[in-house]
Design a protein around this ligand. Structure first.
Ligand SMILES: Nc1ncnc2c1ncn2[C@@H]1O[C@H](COP(=O)(O)OP(=O)(O)O)[C@@H](O)[C@H]1O
Ligand SMILES: [Mg+2]
Length: 236
């Protein structure tokens, strides 16, 4: 039931147009979309900008139906496209990611009883933010989990750093975005601090990500070093 045009394809899912208002997101690997639907409904109830779900839960009882979510069609552009087109600066993008993380972590955790835990996105980077006229909307909640906010900051920082150390044209922009992200982080957020261990945990998670290419994994050490360096330069 691929109802329409393929709008986007990330590393885990394909997104098809249903009509002008709705899209169908479908996991390619047969993953269960129900936990993601629960997270998105909870966040929408707390006023966080996520695509509206057409139905509150993943529906249908077949294995294929469970891999699907129907949600609001976001016309975008994505933050990546806006950066490529020069519609926003890397500095503004980093500040916007920081604001989205801060707002997410202001919401109480949905499941955890530990008062220090929050809902974490764990893959909040420019491909997963759609810029709408009334503000950014965060997509792709497949990696969401609960835990300490520092891990979410570390994941976003590391993903930007991976681009910044890669031999790509947008490396310099990614470095500026990373610097802006960390400059706009709460003063209590410490990623490279040996005590917090957030950056080390983020590295472990990225290294275990089956969607990372070999060359991306090889650059992880350089990316971690860059996050340390940028964080130290800001806190100096
Ligand atoms: N609600 C939506 N409206 C329009 N396009 C979307 C929507 N959700 C996702 N997309 C597009 O599909 C792509 C893949 O979706 P995403 O949820 O990020 O899956 P993945 O886990 O594969 O990255 C996105 O980068 C975006 O271009
Ligand atoms: Mg994505």
């Amino acid at each position: 039931m691929h109802t329409g045009e393929l709008l986007g394809s990330g590393r885990t899912a394909d997104v098809f147009a249903i009509d002008d208002r709705w899209v169908l997101r479908q996991y390619r690997d047969g993953g269960d979309a129900a936990p993601e639907a629960a997270v998105m409904s909870y966040l929408a109830d707390h006023g966080y900008p996520v695509p509206r779900l057409r139905r509150p839960t993943a529906h249908g009882d077949t294995a294929v139906a469970r891999t699907r979510l129907e949600m609001q069609r976001l016309t975008g552009p994505s933050m990546v496209t806006a950066l490529e087109q020069g519609a926003i600066t890397p500095e503004a993008a980093g500040a916007m990611l920081a604001d989205l993380l801060r707002r997410l972590h202001a919401i109480p955790a949905r499941l955890s009883a530990d008062p220090a835990d929050r809902l974490l996105h764990l893959d909040l980077h420019p491909e997963n933010v759609m810029l709408m006229p009334d503000g950014p909307v965060v997509i792709d909640w497949s990696t969401a989990d609960e835990g300490r906010p520092g891990l979410d900051w570390a994941m976003s920082a590391l993903i930007l750093a991976e681009v910044a150390v890669a031999p790509v044209a947008v490396a310099e922009g990614a470095r500026i975005g990373l610097t802006s992200l960390l400059r706009h982080a709460d003063p209590g957020v410490r990623l490279g601090d040996a005590g917090s261990g957030h950056l080390a945990r983020a590295r472990t998670r990225r290294a275990a990500d089956p969607h990372l290419t070999e060359s991306e994994v090889r650059l992880l050490g350089d990316a971690v070093a860059l996050v340390h360096e940028v964080e130290a330069s800001i806190r100096r």
